[in-house]
Design a protein around this ligand. Structure first.
Ligand code: NAD
Ligand code: MG
Length: 392
C-alpha cells in the first residue's frame, strides 16, 4: 500500500507530539510532508529529522537561521514566517493534523482545508471562532473534517446511521478540572501553577487553563453545534471526573450510545489518522473492574460561569463566539502572566462580549478576513478590561 502523506501543524505541541508518536510506530505507512511549529526550532528540527519530514516550517521568522543551522546537511527544506506555515498547510497531503493552539491556527487550518483532503481538527478555536465560514471552506474544497477533540471524536464514533432527527441530546463529559471541589472563595485565589495541574489529561497550557475554568467545555459545546446535526438546546454537559466516558448520544427510543476509553489523546488521534479504518494504538486498555465505579455530577455554573457565557454566545450567534474566543485567549494569557485573577477570566470574557455587542457589533461574518477583524477588535477590548481588572 502507498504510504499516506501527512502534515502536522503544531507538531511540537501536546497533540502534535502524540500524533507523531503514532506515526513513528509504523513509519512505513506514512510519508511526512511538512511539520510546523510556533517558535521551538530545536524541537521542530529534532522531530523533522526523526520523522524524515520533507519540510520544516517555523512561524517565528527570527528562528529561521537557528532551524536552518540545525537542519544543515539534511534534505529537509526549511521555511519561516506565518505565510510559510500556511504554505506548508497547502502542500499536497492526504491528511493534515490542525493542532496549532488558538486563533493563531485559523489561517493555517483554512489553508489546510483548501486542498480538499482530510483535516483532522484539534484546533477547536477554529470552529468556535469561524464556525460557518470554516465549514463553508471545508465544503467548497470537498475536504473531509475529522474531529480530534476526544468528546467530538466519541460522538463521531457513536452517532449511528439513523436519521439525525432521532438524536435527542448529545452530552459532552467534562472532568471538572483541578478545581472541581474548590469553593467559590478558594477559586478567587487560584494560581496559575495550581490551574496547570490537570487531574486526567496532559495538554498544552492554554487548554489546561480552559479546563480549569470549564471554558473548554463551553468552547466544545460550540464546536459540537457546528459538527453535529443538533440545535443548541440539545447539547448537554455532564461532569464525569474519571474521563472514561467521553460522550453520550441519546436517541428518541431512550437508547444511549457512547464511546469509552482511557484518557489518552492518542485514541481519538489514531481514529482520525486511520479513518475510515482503525489502527492499533498504545492506549492503556480499560479495566472497569479495577476502576470500580464511574461517577457523574451536574456542572456548577455558579462557580464556573464560563459554561453559561459560552452557551449565551452560541445562542446569540453571529460573531459572538469569535469575540468569546478572542477575549478568552487574552484573559488566559494575562492570568498565566499573573496579571489577573482566576475568576477575572470569565469576567473579562463576559464584559468583552457585552461591549462588542454595543461597540463593534456581532453581525455574522461571511469571510475569514471578517472573522479576523472581529477577533482583533475583541482582543483590544479584552486587553482594556484586563487592564481595568489588573491585580495591583
Ligand atoms: P500546545 O500549546 O501544546 O501546542 C500548540 C502548538 O501550536 C505548538 O506546536 C506551537 O508551537 C504551535 N503554535 C503556537 N502558536 C503558534 C503560532 N502563532 N503560529 C504557528 N504555530 C503556533 O497545545 P495543544 O495542547 O497541543 O493543543 C493544540 C490544539 O488542540 C488546541 O486548539 C487545543 O484546544 C486542542 N486540543 C488539545 C487537546 C490536548 O490534549 N492537548 C485535546 C483536545 C483539543
Ligand atoms: Mg475535549
Amino acid at each position: 500500500m502507498k504510504p499516506r502523506k501527512v502534515t502536522v501543524l503544531g507538531a511540537t505541541g501536546s497533540i502534535g507530539e502524540s500524533t507523531l508518536d503514532l506515526i513513528g510506530r509504523t513509519p512505513e505507512r506514512f510519508e511526512v510532508v511538512a511539520l510546523t511549529a510556533g517558535a521551538d526550532a530545536d524541537k521542530l528540527a529534532e522531530l523533522a529529522i526523526r520523522h524524515n519530514a520533507r519540510h520544516a516550517t517555523i512561524a517565528d521568522a527570527s528562528k529561521y537561521s537557528r532551524l536552518k543551522d540545525l537542519l544543515d546537511g539534511t534534505d529537509i527544506e526549511v521555511s519561516a514566517g506565518d505565510d510559510a506555515v500556511c504554505q506548508a498547510a497547502q502542500m499536497s497531503s492526504d491528511w493534515i493534523m490542525a493542532a496549532i493552539v488558538g486563533a493563531a491556527g485559523l489561517k493555517p487550518t483554512f489553508s489546510a482545508a483548501t486542498q480538499g483532503s482530510c483535516v483532522a481538527l484539534a484546533n477547536k478555536e477554529c470552529l468556535v471562532s469561524a464556525g460557518e465560514v470554516f465549514l463553508d471552506a471545508i465544503k467548497s474544497a470537498g475536504a473531509t473534517l475529522l474531529p480530534v477533540d476526544s468528546e467530538h471524536s466519541a460522538a463521531f464514533q457513536a452517532i449511528d446511521p439513523s436519521p439525525a432527527s432521532c438524536i435527542e441530546t448529545i452530552t459532552l463529559t467534562a472532568s471538572g478540572g483541578p478545581f472541581r471541589e474548590w469553593t467559590a472563595e478558594q477559586l478567587k485565589d487560584a494560581r496559575p501553577d495550581q490551574a496547570l495541574i490537570h487531574p486526567n489529561w496532559s495538554m498544552g497550557q492554554k487548554i489546561t487553563i480552559d479546563s480549569a475554568t470549564l471554558m473548554n467545555k463551553g468552547l466544545e459545546i460550540i464546536e459540537a453545534f457546528h459538527l453535529f446535526p443538533v440545535q443548541t438546546d440539545q447539547l448537554k454537559i455532564l461532569v464525569h471526573p474519571q474521563s472514561i466516558i467521553h460522550c453520550l448520544i441519546q436517541y428518541c427510543d431512550g437508547s444511549v450510545l457512547s464511546q469509552l476509553g482511557s484518557p489518552d489523546m492518542r485514541a481519538p488521534i489514531a481514529y482520525s489518522l486511520a479513518w475510515p479504518e482503525r489502527m492499533s494504538a498504545p492506549v492503556k486498555r480499560l479495566d472497569l473492574a479495577a476502576l470500580g465505579k464511574l461517577t457523574f455530577e451536574e456542572p456548577d455554573e455558579k462557580r464556573f460561569p464560563s459554561i453559561r457565557i459560552a452557551r449565551e454566545a452560541m445562542n446569540t450567534g453571529g460573531t459572538a463566539p469569535t469575540v468569546l474566543n478572542a477575549a478568552n485567549e487574552i484573559a488566559v494569557e494575562r492570568f498565566l502572566a499573573g496579571q489577573i485573577g482566576f475568576m477575572t477570566i470569565p469576567k473579562v470574557v463576559e464584559a468583552t462580549i457585552e461591549a462588542s455587542i454595543s461597540e463593534i457589533g456581532i453581525a455574522r461574518a461571511s469571510t475569514l478576513d471578517e472573522v479576523l477583524e472581529t477577533d482583533l477588535a475583541a482582543r483590544r477590548l479584552a486587553e482594556r478590561f484586563c487592564g481595568a481588572y489588573r491585580i495591583s
